[in-house]
Design a binder for this molecule. Structure first.
Ligand code: ADP
Ligand code: MG
Length: 242
């Protein structure tokens, strides 16, 4: 069984269908970049995968959990499928260590020393060991986003979903976040990331999925898909972003 299996999902908001029959499978360890114009359904697809949105039709199975079952265990699902957003959503009144410890204590039920040990390890992994006791407002946007990544990694997910996590950052801060993503990727994490960083997609992703008007319009090996797009829609998208 593949790590992620999506079969013909449809998602409507009111009268507007934004996912018009999406099917894809993802193997363990795959790094997939999702690209496409604003409004093409990229975020909605990721949100359906970790159960933040309910689909009207089709089936999603993540790491053996049937997300679309009426009684899906969404807490377990969100431990298995970590998600990081454009906004870092750190708790402003908690320092870095406490931000990372919180879910470990509340969701994974670790005691304080055990949670602290995991927190220190993942914060060190994203290169912020010297900021453990800093508060979010004492950090740059890039550093805050790295803490948000550490907080997700702390839950030991089998899949990570990243939705435009560098889009709100000043250009000089994008690189440090991409480097953290690259190191997470190099450790074998399965990742789906919505990104506008085409060089990153080309160099780090195994596979690129181009979404267009609620459908997967192209899906193939990253370099080949980006360097020789098969459809006029992807060609025109790449011309607009490059
Ligand atoms: P993308 O991430 O590719 O920019 P989205 O998945 O955010 O696209 O949005 C796809 C479409 O769904 C857009 O037309 C958007 O306006 C619409 N949409 C997204 N979320 C909602 C919502 N909660 N309610 C109504 N419409 C939504
Ligand atoms: Mg989006």
């Amino acid at each position: 069984m593949s790590l992620v299996e999506i079969a013909d999902i449809r998602k409507r908001f009111g009268a507007v269908e934004v996912l018009k029959g999406i099917s894809l499978t993802l193997e363990k360890g795959e790094i997939v970049a999702i690209i496409g114009r604003s409004g093409s359904g990229k975020s909605t697809m990721l949100r359906c995968i970790n159960g933040l949105e309910k689909v009207q039709a089709g089936r999603i199975v993540v790491d053996g959990i049937d997300v679309t079952a009426p009684k899906a265990d969404l807490n377990l699902l969100r431990q298995r499928a970590g998600m990081v957003f454009q906004s870092y959503n750190l708790f402003p009144h908690l320092n870095v260590e406490r931000n990372v410890m919180l879910a470990l204590k509340l969701v994974r039920k670790l005691d304080t020393p055990a949670a602290r040990e995991v927190a220190r390890a993942v914060v060190t992994k994203v290169g912020l060991a010297d900021k453990l006791l800093a508060y979010p407002d004492e950090l740059s946007g890039g550093q805050q986003q790295r803490v948000a990544i550490a907080r997700s990694l702390a839950m030991q997910p089998t899949l990570m979903l990243f939705d435009e996590i560098t889009s709100a950052l000043d250009p000089e801060l994008v690189g440090e976040v991409l480097r953290v993503l690259e190191s997470v990727a190099s450790e074998g994490m399965t990742m789906m990331l919505v990104t506008h960083e085409m060089n990153f997609a080309k160099n780090v992703a195994d596979r690129v999925i181009f979404m267009h008007e609620g459908r997967i319009h192209e899906d193939g090996p990253a370099r080949e898909t980006l360097l020789s797009p098969r459809t006029a829609e992807l060609r025109s998208f790449l011309n607009a972003v490059l």
